[in-house]
Design a protein around this ligand. Structure first.
Ligand code: PMP
Length: 354
């Protein structure tokens, strides 16, 4: 029998549930409830057989160029991957190889710890303050790199650009990654600092604001030096990461700014409305700048509420870790979906008017 002594042993990241049936209200993985731009669907309709038959462009040059144009940077400043998970994993592999600990918040995107463990990267989880805020000063110390999401997940709280900059500036010799998966829903992007700091990487995704989680497109922007090393590692690992379909639809999405702004605006409006409703029902929550709300009820246990919602085919996310176990992370769905959520909560919590 094979021995496991040579195996890599890891505790994997657990993604949110993806139910097979469409009869649930799915507010558990921060997907966009609206379709992608009609321009994306049009391009998809015209995909020919060569997109299947041939290997895709390993350099992903057209999408890289389109993203460079979109963000007003050079193509040398852009790296793309199969979702920002792929991009961030590549960044861990490329930039976090010293013995000193990589710093990230203790309550944050749970994948950071998993990648660090997988790649045997030393790390230090920096506690958030009692209001779940990142304290920049705590990052002003020796490190092997820094990564944090802005807005943070699952809290949804945004850190002001001046504070983000203070963290980047305090570690000029190590790479600081700002994970902007949710920035389109609120907050100020660190992209404006790319020219100023050669140690900065900003990661972005098509999965949330561009309604393209299924297409798996992510990218990052950074100095030409950093992007060059990142590409060397990528081409030492897997050259053909992105399908031609992802490349073409990714470009199409960038060409429909009106639609993009409109859907993001709708989600932000629904988020603010949902905050008011949740407040009335006895929830407290952090003031989210993202496409989800991290909320807890004054009387009812997080897990109990999670199960009650699930039984009624409303999926949200619950994390079973000590500091946040009272909370539910609720993705912002359509107006109708949020109405169903609120109606259910009213009934469940015993409110009379529904
Ligand atoms: N960063 C954060 C903070 C996230 O919440 C997610 C979504 N799970 C990702 C990165 C990765 O998203 P994707 O791989 O779909 O781009």
């Amino acid at each position: 029998m094979v021995s496991d002594e040579n195996f890599r042993k890891v505790k994997p990241y657990v993604p949110g549930e993806q139910p097979k049936n469409d009869d649930v209200i799915k507010l558990n993985t921060n997907e966009n409830p609206y379709p992608p731009s009609p321009k994306v669907l049009e391009v998809l309709g015209n995909i020919g057989n060569s997109s299947f038959r041939k290997y895709p462009d390993p350099e992903v040059s057209d999408l890289v160029q389109a993203l460079a144009d979109y963000h007003n940077v050079k193509r040398e400043n852009v790296f793309v991957g199969v979702g920002s998970d792929d991009v961030i994993a590549m960044c861990f592999m490329t930039f976090f190889n010293g013995g000193k600990p990589v710093l990230f918040p203790d309550i944050s995107y749970a994948f950071y710890k998993v990648w660090a463990d997988l790649l045997k990267v030393n790390y230090d989880e920096i506690p958030l303050d009692n209001d779940f805020k990142i304290i920049p000063d705590d990052y002003f110390k020796e490190n092997g790199g820094i990564i944090f999401p802005n807005p943070n997940a699952p809290t949804g709280l945004v850190l002001g650009l001046d504070k983000v900059e203070s963290i980047i500036a305090s570690s000029p010799k190590t790479v600081v990654i700002v994970d902007e998966a949710y920035i389109d829903f609120g907050g100020e992007s660190a992209l404006s600092l790319i020219d100023k700091y050669d140690n900065l990487i900003v990661t972005r995704t098509y999965s949330k604001s561009r309604a393209m989680a299924g297409m798996r497109i992510g990218y990052c922007v950074g100095s030409a030096e950093l992007i060059k090393v990142l590409n060397s590692v990528k081409f030492s690992y897997n050259s053909y990461t992105m399908s031609d379909i992802a490349i073409k639809t990714g470009i199409a999405s960038l060409k429909d700014e009106d639609y993009f702004k409109q859907t993001v605006g709708r989600i932000v409006d629904t988020r603010e409305k949902t905050k008011r409703e949740l407040n009335r029902l006895g929830f407290t929550f952090l003031d989210s700048s993202s496409n989800f709300i991290f909320a807890k009820h004054k009387d009812i246990d997080g897990e109990q509420l999670f199960n009650a919602l699930k039984k009624n085919k409303i999926f949200v996310r619950h994390f079973n870790s000590e500091k946040i176990k009272d909370y539910l992370r609720i993705t912002i769905g359509t107006e109708d979906e949020m109405k169903s959520l609120i109606d259910f909560l009213k009934r469940y919590l015993g409110y009379k008017e529904v």
